[in-house]
Write a protein of this length. Structure first.
Length: 167
């Protein structure tokens, strides 16, 4: 098994058109210009069967958005689920900034070859600091998707003042 690390592609905007990015719920409501900015910080990452995307307890510094493939999400309590829907989230997007320390709640492993969009915490912080209009929509969309997805796993996500965007 290998651990997946995002690598940058200069052709990201060519690989994922604005239309294709806008098809993903996370990016709904963003303008073409905003989608271009988002595409500039995202990487399209090929994933091989057996790749580990996240490890439970390790630093939560990546968000992956499924483009293709099947992934197992395994919680410490012994529960496991599979994700395969385009646009499903793996990992974490933290709007509180790069100094926030959070850990992954689960381990995620690729069950098949596929592709994910990857966003590092550092690039997310840069994006959110520079683009407040994108921040409000992206954070809102992320929270809705994350809450919905975690509810499928039987986990209740509570909103707190800590999870509010920094300003």
């Amino acid at each position: 098994m290998r651990t997946v690390f995002a690598t940058s592609f200069d052709t990201m905007s060519m690989i994922l058109s604005h239309k294709r990015l806008n098809e993903l719920d996370l990016f709904k409501g963003l303008t073409c210009a905003e989608l271009e900015i988002v595409a500039s910080v995202m990487t399209l990452q090929p994933v091989q069967q057996g790749d580990i995307l996240t490890r439970s307890g390790s630093l939560a510094d990546q968000l992956y958005i499924i483009i293709s493939g099947v992934y197992m999400i395994y919680f410490r309590q012994g529960r496991a689920f599979t994700l395969q829907n385009k646009g499903s989230l793996i990992g974490r997007f933290d709007s509180r900034g790069p100094l926030t320390v959070a850990t992954f709640m689960y381990t995620s492993i690729a069950l098949t070859d596929g592709q994910v969009l990857a966003l590092t915490a550092q690039k997310a912080a840069t994006l959110l600091d520079a683009e407040s209009a994108i921040e409000s929509r992206l954070v809102r969309n992320y929270r809705q998707l994350y809450k919905k997805q975690m509810s499928l796993f039987g986990i209740v996500v509570k909103e707190s003042r800590e999870s509010a965007p920094k300003r």
